[in-house]
Design a protein around this ligand. Structure first.
Ligand SMILES: Nc1ncnc2c1ncn2[C@@H]1O[C@H](COP(=O)(O)OP(=O)(O)O)[C@@H](O)[C@H]1O
Ligand SMILES: [Mg+2]
Length: 285
């Protein structure tokens, strides 16, 4: 196995006012993973996400990004080319007067030459579906969905291998949510990015994430393959997370024909149909 991209050891984080937000977090995240961070409000998801991109430095323990220890001084310029973080609210991130300037900000800041900056802006905008004619506009005049794409483009322009996106679907309708999730899936599948999402929406987790890390009171309660984690309903309840409805349905059925770890309605349907057809055949005999 290749070395993990992100290595977290004994991570603790307290805010300056003394609020303890993370306790003894241990994680390895490898290249090409699609991970969801879940847990109730205040469980530490955003704090962990910010520690994973060095926006916050550990109070205790360590975080290393592609071998780079985030406690080091003056590492920000290196970190931004390894891990990109998209804020929960894109408006906390967008502060330039045009979409072009917004996407160019990071590449300029790490000192890339002008033509390379320009190339990266156009590439990132294209990947994110931000049309060239929007580059001269003020981000303020775009829809929320587009502002989020601009926020993602401004991170991608730095070409990080890992992209962390905080609550990508909050406040969006179903169509917009699927659009942003399908877009992240393309980055993951086609561009080979490692994707980490923070979310409250378990159907989204079930459909897209391959691995789930559940936090409760700043600690990792569960960490594993999405199916395995959703099978642990009692532990998830400690951090107010409910598995998707269809998974709960399968667990409530408690029937050998229906696996307790189904994630999709189609899976439950196929399992049940198989069982019912089998039974009907037996009865006919
Ligand atoms: N800037 C801050 N100052 C003090 N405490 C904070 C700050 N941000 C978050 N917290 C606290 O840290 C804990 C974890 O918060 P957070 O990481 O935002 O959780 P989540 O994203 O899971 O809702 C909570 O107790 C929260 O109140
Ligand atoms: Mg949060």
């Amino acid at each position: 196995m290749t070395a993990p991209l992100i290595v977290v050891r004994g991570l603790g984080f307290d805010y300056p006012d003394g609020t303890p937000a993370l306790r003894d977090v241990n994680l390895d995240i490898g290249a090409g993973e699609f991970v969801a961070l879940v847990g109730q409000n205040g469980s530490g998801k955003t704090t962990l996400a910010k520690c994973l991109c060095a926006l916050l430095r550990p109070t205790s323990g360590s975080v290393s990004l592609e071998g780079l220890d985030t406690r080091g001084r003056g590492i920000v310029k290196q970190v931004v080319t390894k891990v990109g973080y998209v804020f929960q609210n894109p408006d906390h991130q967008l502060f330039n007067a045009s979409v072009h300037a917004e996407i160019a900000y990071g590449p300029r800041n790490i000192g890339l030459p002008r033509d390379e900056v320009d190339r990266r802006v156009r590439e990132a905008a294209q990947v994110c579906g931000v049309r060239p004619e929007l580059l001269d506009q003020h981000p303020f005049f775009l829809t929320k969905g587009l502002r989020q794409r601009v926020a993602i483009a401004s991170v991608l322009a730095l070409k990080p291998r890992t992209i962390i996106i905080d609550e990508p679907t909050t406040g969006q309708d179903r169509r917009q949510s699927l659009e942003v999730m399908n877009f992240l899936t393309r980055l993951w599948e086609d561009e080979g990015h490692t994707v980490i999402i923070v979310t409250h929406e378990m159907p989204i987790v079930a459909r897209y994430a391959r691995r789930v890390v559940a936090l409760g009171e700043g600690r990792v309660l569960l960490d594993g393959e999405t199916r395995r984690v959703f099978a642990e309903a009692a532990t998830l309840a400690r951090t107010s997370v409910q598995p998707p409805q269809v998974t709960r349905f399968a667990q409530a059925m408690d029937h050998p024909a229906v696996p307790r770890d189904v994630l999709q309605v189609t899976e439950a349907y196929e399992a049940l149909r198989g069982a019912l057809i089998g039974r009907a055949r037996q009865e006919r005999r």
